[in-house]
Write a protein that binds this ligand. Structure first.
Ligand SMILES: NC(=O)c1ccc[n+]([C@@H]2O[C@H](COP(=O)([O-])OP(=O)(O)OC[C@H]3O[C@@H](n4cnc5c(N)ncnc54)[C@H](OP(=O)(O)O)[C@@H]3O)[C@@H](O)[C@H]2O)c1
Length: 289
């Protein structure tokens, strides 16, 4: 794919999308050198051939060191908003030729204020990237199938998902699809200046997602609808601000009347149909057993 050796730094390589990306790059046979900046190298467990360096996005010196001799970056931002976002983006864009940023559907091209703090920090980062001189791709993800890993313990212990908005529908996307598009964005020029919106290929309600997980593990998984207030308290107890929790709850509630629609972008970029939620559940069956 690449015309000369691409030297890629992957952030978030121990996470869902960054992990799928480094596995793809390591297995792909393309002429690439892959470095992963991780907080805990000892437990990172990355494929052979991936150079692992220790670093933390909150430590600018470590980010600067990780960027040495790199020409492309895949950036995941796991830290919410704050002044650090701009400093890190500026550091990266001053040093590399290309950045692929894992963003979110709902961010607007014109940088208009977002309806919740999560979309707002993605908006801020997108705008900082656009204002730079580098080649960029803003990889906007729809709801990720990995969100349902939050149900894994309940499924393992009780074969039940206790959560809210069971009739809410989303076209959840497989992390492997996001990694596939990210690889194309890093190694070819096809997505320079583009903001592809990547979802899964079909809408399932959350109750249907629970059933699909049940099919994947060979058990009946039932749905228990919880009061919204109870889940709001759970979200806040895990460190979310009230504003983030309320914004996200509102977005989730809206999927009952207006399910998240599948986009055509994955097929347009890859020529293939995206991986289904049923396939995702089969790929992750061990997490739920
Ligand atoms: N979930 C969704 O539905 C959805 C939809 C659209 C966009 N997104 C966006 O996708 C991103 C998350 O992607 P993901 O699911 O692939 O990530 P993830 O699985 O949650 O993993 C987060 C990664 O970030 C690393 N990390 C955490 N704190 C760090 C720090 N201080 N310095 C350096 N690395 C750090 C973690 O490494 P450790 O191993 O050290 O913890 C891990 O590799 C977020 O920006 C989110 O807003 C999510």
């Amino acid at each position: 794919m690449a015309t000369s050796t691409a030297r890629i730094l992957v952030f978030g390589a121990t996470g869902n999308v960054g992990g799928a990306l480094v596995r793809r790059l390591a297995a792909g046979g393309a002429d690439v050198r892959v470095r992963a900046m991780v907080r805990t190298p000892r437990s990172a467990d990355l494929p052979d051939g991936v150079e692992v360096v220790r670093g933390d996005l909150t430590d600018l010196d470590s980010v600067r060191a990780a960027l040495r001799d790199v020409d492309r970056v895949f950036l995941v931002w796991p830290l919410g908003g704050g002044e650090l976002t701009r400093a890190v983006v500026d550091l990266i864009t001053a040093r590399v030729r290309r950045i692929v940023y894992l963003s979110a559907i709902g961010v607007r091209d014109d940088g208009a204020p977002a309806p919740d703090p999560i979309l707002q920090f993605h908006t801020d980062i997108e705008q900082a990237v656009r204002a730079s001189d580098v080649e960029w791709t803003l990889l906007r993800s729809g709801g990720m199938a990995t969100n349902t890993l939050g149900w894994a313990q309940q499924v393992r212990e009780r074969s039940t998902v206790s959560w809210i908005y069971g009739d809410g529908g989303r076209a959840l996307v497989h992390e492997a699809d996001l990694a596939e598009v990210a690889e194309i964005a890093l190694l070819t020029d096809r997505l320079v200046g583009a903001a592809p919106e990547i979802t899964g290929p079909s809408v399932l309600t959350q109750k249907e997602q629970a059933r699909a997980i049940g099919s994947a593990i060979g058990r009946t998984v039932t749905w228990e609808e919880l009061p919204t207030e109870e889940v709001r308290e759970v979200l806040i107890s895990t460190g979310w601000s009230a504003a983030t929790a309320d914004g996200v709850l509102q977005a989730w509630a809206s999927t009952i009347d207006r399910p998240e629609a599948p986009t055509p972008d994955f097929a347009a970029v890859t020529g293939a149909t995206g991986r289904t939620f049923e396939q995702w559940a089969a790929d992750h069956a061990e997490d739920f057993r």
